[in-house]
Design a binder for this molecule. Structure first.
Ligand SMILES: *Cc1c(COP(=O)(O)O)cnc(C)c1O
Length: 346
């Protein structure tokens, strides 16, 4: 990577080990269930999050969509964080394609819905209302700077779901970031949910793909839903091979990305003109803001980082920015970011 790209961990390239595994992967027709590499990835993924079975899908969005299609039907309701990815950033898939009625609730600074509000959002058994069917959770929580949410919250969500005969699905796009940050086995974060999807791309560096995990019976339904949305692939083992490397070699090192994000946040927090809350930085991303009194506009700040140090940052249209670290960001890149930002803002 020649540019130093802090826009997202989605920009991460596959590692040399992934490219090697992809070139040599045994493959078959996955729609016939005959791709050994896909089968291996699905089994490994399910085991790592403590579920019976897995389903390789093209993206995190497809993982959430196929999960929701498999769990619900038209007229079912879904309680969901109003700034969650599933509600806000997946083109309305649950409503557009599933006829699922979202019931969005506010979240706190960590991305948690208020439990009393969740309880209150359960509809009475009355034909006026959607069916009480789904509660959708997310971990780490993207809109709250990738904050990793503790298992206790999901346990309480589980209790509400059980009391009302509802299903809990977790968008765990960055579940391994959350697990590493909390120093927990990922299974401790997923034990209270019926299904979970996570990304092999992003911090784990695979070129594409997510895995949806749950009971074998649920995954059989999800396989049908994946076919419905055109996501059944053939010799997908070429891609799954990178996913196996992601799960076996790239999880523990996420701690490095978290350390880099923390160092960056601490460094930027020292610069007059920037508003940073380093104490909220637990994983590989954080939001920070440019003070009204800063000598440059947000767009100029982004442009000058790019022109002066080849540092890419997303945003520039508002005073808030998101910085994300990943495998291709080194400690020296973090130092260069801080040094360049300081020079721009002096
Ligand atoms: C990236 C992301 C997704 C979707 O993943 P894609 O592969 O981009 O479709 C879902 N949820 C969260 C929290 C994400 O960050």
């Amino acid at each position: 990577m020649d540019r130093i790209d802090f826009r997202s961990d989605t920009v991460s390239w596959p590692t040399p080990a992934m490219r090697h595994a992809m070139a040599n992967a045994p493959v078959g027709d996955d729609v016939y269930g005959e791709d050994p590499t896909v089968n291996k990835l699905e089994a490994l993924a399910a085991e790592m999050v403590g579920k019976e079975a897995g389903l390789f899908v093209a993206s995190g969005t497809m993982g959430n969509l196929t999960a929701i299609l498999a769990h619900g039907r038209r007229g079912d309701g879904a309680i969901v964080g109003e700034d969650s990815h599933t509600f806000r950033a997946e083109a309305g898939g649950m409503a557009v394609l599933g006829g699922i009625v979202p019931n969005p609730l506010p979240t706190d600074v960590y991305g948690r819905m208020d439990l009393a509000a969740v309880q209150n959002a359960i509809y009475p058994d009355d034909p006026h209302f959607p069916n009480n069917r789904l509660i959708l959770v997310e971990n780490s929580y993207g809109a709250k700077g990738g904050y990793p949410i503790e298992p206790a919250y999901f346990q309480q969500i589980r209790q509400i779901a059980d009391k009302n005969g509802m299903i809990v699905h977790m968008d765990g796009a960055r579940i391994f970031n959350a697990a590493v940050a909390l120093n927990l086995d990922p299974r401790e974060l997923t034990q209270h949910v019926d299904s979970v999807t996570f990304c092999l791309s992003k911090g784990l560096c695979a070129p594409m793909g997510s895995v949806l995990c749950g009971t074998a019976e649920f995954i059989a339904q999800a396989r049908r839903a994946r076919k419905l949305v055109g996501g059944a692939m053939r010799q997908a083992g070429v891609m799954a091979a990178a996913g196996i490397v992601a799960l076996t070699e790239m999880v523990e090192r996420l701690a490095d990305d978290h350390a880099h994000a923390k160092t960056l946040a601490n460094g930027l927090a020292q610069i007059p003109g920037l508003i940073v809350q380093p104490e909220l930085v637990k994983t590989n991303m954080f939001f920070f803001a440019l003070d009204e009194a800063a000598p440059v506009t947000p767009a100029e700040f982004v442009q000058r980082l790019r022109d002066e140090a080849n540092i890419w940052l997303s945003g520039g249209y508002s005073r808030t920015f998101r910085a994300v670290t990943h495998y291709w960001i080194q400690e020296a890149d973090v130092a260069l970011f801080v040094q360049t930002a300081r020079a721009i803002l002096q």
